[in-house]
Ligand binder design. Structure first.
Ligand SMILES: Nc1ncnc2c1ncn2[C@@H]1O[C@H](COP(=O)(O)OP(=O)(O)OP(=O)(O)O)[C@@H](O)[C@H]1O
Length: 352
């Protein structure tokens, strides 16, 4: 495999920073150092990105990459050690109230709603807090309650709801506000598949129809692929790449395969496959051995030739469409928490 930190996608080659009128959110040279009992931890450094109106940007990265620190800095919830954050040109630390007028946010864990208030009371409370009249937002609130299947629970207190329902209320309160910049930390965490899909549709609609600017973090690559136009990948506190989702998939011409060979595979061959082709998940069943590889371009043919030379009889291979999951692994060298292979596999006949 090539160098995982491919020089073609370094942060310093990210899409150029254009502080134009269309730039709604601008993060510039952000640094954050936490002082702990064991010394200082650099959580983010040299983080730069601009987001234009009506764009959805996904913040991706392994645990500890600096995503939450970045989002909290954008929200002004923590004071960065250096750098600036501007919302519609207003510095969030100099004039927070002015900047907040534009922002709706949901942090992880549905903690931004009052558990002793009902669902409806929460929605009204947060709309009022944002200075919006109930009448103006009532229709939208009704739509969101309906969309998230909460209409029957509108008069229940939040504490009576399930974890997933609490998460939906939290989101509904964020989206009910007329904010044009929305920040979401892990918005689909704890939601069932159906609710997660509904939420993705709703978020995409907000971006496309209302021109909302979205910054969201997620460990779920499918969520990012469904919603986002662009992805900023962080690792060890720095931006590793910043590109459009489709461009990122093109740059990393990576394909996954599940390969089945006849018989068992000797340890030596397994080791070589792992070293050369990133092979893993070996499984021997019913006289055959299966394993997964992630290869780019011509490497697949080298792999098949190598197996033949080693006397292995390839029975079949399953091609898995390249997706963000693969790119993420290449960029950060870490598997995400989601499933490794998408369900878009296609069975193909072996050509050996
Ligand atoms: N309050 C704090 N005090 C000290 N160190 C902190 C604090 N908050 C975060 N860190 C450290 O800063 C780094 C970045 O953390 P951050 O929470 O921003 O990462 P993340 O990408 O959001 O991770 P995750 O995906 O696990 O939520 C980590 O090394 C973390 O341990």
């Amino acid at each position: 495999m090539g160098d995982v930190h491919d020089s073609s996608v370094r942060a310093d080659e990210a899409e150029p920073s254009t502080d134009t009128e269309a730039t709604v959110l601008s993060v510039s040279d952000l640094h954050k150092q936490y002082e702990g009992s064991d010394g200082s931890v650099t959580a983010v450094e040299r983080v730069d990105f601009d987001i234009e109106r009506g764009t959805a940007v996904g913040l991706l990265g392994p645990n500890g990459a600096g995503k939450t620190t970045t989002i909290k800095s954008v929200l002004g919830l923590i004071v960065p050690t250096g750098g600036t954050v501007r919302v519609h040109g207003t510095d969030i630390h100099d004039e927070p109230e002015r900047a907040y007028r534009h922002i709706g946010a949901m942090l992880e864990g549905a903690r931004n709603v009052y558990w002793r208030l009902t669902v409806r009371e929460n929605m009204r409370f947060f709309a009022a807090l944002a200075g919006e009249s109930t009448r103006r937002t009532e229709r939208r609130q009704r739509e969101l309650l309906d969309k998230f299947g909460l209409t029957d629970k509108a008069d229940s207190t939040v504490r009576e709801l399930s974890r997933g329902e609490k998460q939906k209320v939290s989101l509904a309160c964020t989206l009910a506000r007329d904010a044009d910049v929305v920040l979401l930390d892990e918005p689909t965490l704890g939601l069932d598949v159906e609710s997660s899909l509904e939420l993705r549709e709703e978020l995409r609609r907000l971006v496309t129809d209302r021109g909302t600017t979205l910054l969201l973090s997620s460990h779920d690559m499918d969520v990012i692929e469904d919603i986002c136009d662009r992805v900023v990948v962080m690792n060890d506190g720095e931006v590793v790449t910043d590109r459009s989702v489709s461009n990122l998939l093109d740059v990393f011409d990576i394909q996954s395969y599940r390969i089945v060979v006849d018989g068992t595979l000797p340890q030596e061959i397994r080791r070589r496959l792992s070293a050369q082709f990133d092979a893993d998940s070996f499984e021997t069943r019913g006289g055959s051995t299966q394993f997964s590889v992630r290869v780019g371009g011509d490497e697949f043919y080298r792999l098949v030739d190598g197996l033949r030379e080693a006397g292995c009889d390839v029975e079949s291979f399953t091609s898995v469409e390249p997706d963000l999951e693969e790119v993420f692994i290449q960029l950060t060298n870490e598997p995400s928490e989601g499933p490794l292979e998408s369900d878009r596999s296609q069975r193909m006949d072996t050509q050996t």
